[in-house]
Design a protein around this ligand. Structure first.
Ligand SMILES: [Fe+2]
Length: 160
């Protein structure tokens, strides 16, 4: 009942400091459903974001060093920027009334992550668990609450 063709990844973070528990397969399938906005391009981009968060989590725990971790983090930040821009362009094109508030949310996350990245690059790598926890929680909540608000609007405008 929770299956869907565009299956989203779920944050798999777990362990000391992340504050997130690894979910069972059964639970994750249902969580994935909750995270779908029923606009295929956006669902796919959200999935990619979770993949990158998980990749950063794996990199941090693999002990390959700061440069390798920083590289993944940079890709995550770049992709977040790309996704936010794509989502905002779609809302702009369809004259979605919630765009200004939504854009503000995106800006908040971008600024927070930039600040984390600065600290990380300055050598304070022990902020990684905090960053991962923040990203995982923020993104999950943002998709479930803020992005969900445009779901029906997009669908009724022929965007699926
Ligand atoms: Fe969004």
């Amino acid at each position: 009942m929770c299956s869907h063709s565009a299956v989203l990844a779920i944050v798999k973070l777990a362990g000391p400091g992340t504050g997130l528990t690894r979910v069972t397969d059964e639970q994750s399938i249902c969580l994935e459903r909750q995270l779908q906005v029923k606009v295929m391009a956006m669902d796919n981009q959200h999935k990619r974001l979770f993949d990158l968060i998980n990749e950063f989590n794996d990199a941090v725990h693999s002990g390959r060093g700061r440069d390798a971790d920083s590289d993944v983090l940079l890709r995550l930040i770049d992709y977040t920027r790309y996704h936010f821009s794509a989502e905002e362009k779609l809302m702009e094109r369809l004259k979605y009334a919630g765009l200004p508030t939504h854009r503000g949310e995106h800006r908040y996350l971008s600024e927070k992550v930039q600040a984390f990245k600065k600290e990380f690059d300055a050598g304070n790598t022990n902020i990684a668990p905090e960053l991962l926890k923040f990203l995982g929680k923020w993104l999950t909540n943002h998709i479930q609450v803020v992005d969900q608000k445009y779901s029906d609007f997009m669908n009724t405008h022929g965007v699926h």
